[in-house]
Write a protein of this length. Sequence first.
Length: 553
Amino acid sequence: MTDPIAAAFHEEWGRVVATLIRVTGDWDLAEECAQEAFAAAVRQWPVEGVPRKPGAWLTTIARHRATDRMRRAAVGAAKLREVAVTSYTPEPTEGVEDDRLRLIFTCCHPALAFEAQVTLALRTLAGLSMAEIARAFLVPETTMARRVGRTKAKIRNAGIPYRVPPDHLLPERTTAVLGVLYLMFNEGYSTPERRPLCDEAIRLARLVAQLMPDEPEAGGLLALMLLHDARRATRLDDHGDVVLLADQDRSRWDATQIAEGRQALARAVRQQRLGPYQLQAAIADSHAAGSDWPLIAGLYEQLAELVPSPVVRLNHAAAVAMAEGPAAGLRLLDGLEIPGYHLLPATRADFLRRLGRHAEAAMAYEQALGLAVAEADRRFLTKRIDEMRGRAVQPTVIERGEQPYVGIRRTVTMQTFPEIADRMAGVHGWLAERGLEPVGAPFFRYLVIDMARELVVEAGFPVAAPVEGDGEVFYDVLPAGRYVSVTHVGHPSELMGVTAELNAWADAQGLRWDVKPTPEGDRFGSRLEIYKTDPRVQPDMSRWETELAFKLA
């Protein structure tokens, strides 16, 4: 379909089908006649131009098709007259007379299974194809087509009325109606071409919230949609590529939608019946206020207690990774499985990337690419794969001669490591007091490593000639020999990941480090972390250049 016709499809499909179902009482006929109306638009609009009111044009054509079909089928004269005289009039903007509101409540009749409710609503109201719905439910398209057919037959055979039910029957449909609107919004949010679905979901959510003012989750869902949709303009760049939350221009977020969303959330929370949509809206509200990651992680933990789903666990892990670091997030992904869901390997890849484990990250991004459908997501993942391949460790085996140095030594834990890192400047000052200059970059030398207990570490500077030590500063010589060397550009927090990749590379090459086990831990002959970037010149730690040089046995 061309762009005007595609836009009309996304905006008008649900309206046309809902109107035809009301006047014909036949779900299949309504869909088929709506399809014929859009087929007519494909033929006529490029020649005759787009009508001033596309929805009215499509509804009229579909109604004529329905009249012809019903005449040929010799339906009752009364029903035929009703269809024939029905003309397009704009639906009310609120209230239970809205055809699409009738449609969603009919789809969500309690006589239907939840999957059947959602499937039928996505097909008739959102206009998703059988293939798209089948992909969402991870079933074959033929299976999904049979499921939809059985659901329509059940509505027809059971005489389920096409209406918004009376007030006393609303609660039994609340969960299903809100679930359908949530999925409908997500479909529009994840696929830029379907953005009208977001608008329609928000419109219907407003009606449902008005219809059920005592249902806090209806207000929570409306708040969630508004707070997410407020970021719509910044989620993709001018080329249609994904812009991560941290990189979005918050000044372009829709302040009016944020304010309305916060008001809806406040009304819902005042009823003191906390539910999943309210919690998700609170998370979105925190992002709107600046992303308080410890708070967001706590909200996801509460959400996981109410909705113990793997997707919630994934989002909780992502929040923990932002609050406590990627290693903490990665641990939470252990054992988590969500078949066919590209965001699981993509999230794992992001944690690995931030840990500096670029080769593993590239493989995880490739797995995500194999599952992603949206073109914007695929472009983003492809870009990440190229980036990770470019940054994956490329070690070399080199010969290093003896190197005199001065330094200090400390026994530290991972938590107290800053005690020695902060003394690096003191060593430099010690040299300056004696009129000496380092002849190379500062380094840490790891002598003994027991990650669970303690590390023996030296902080030093290479010097040109022997010099007598004084106090805590000593003189020594780095041993000559064969070293494996790799240079990393990135934040020092990524070096543990780089080290893991370096160890894996050495194992694959059959190389062994100069290391001996001792009661205190593994004692290395020479394991160096050399900081080649002067922080006075480049204060951005994400651009620092660091060489790892490990002596071979």
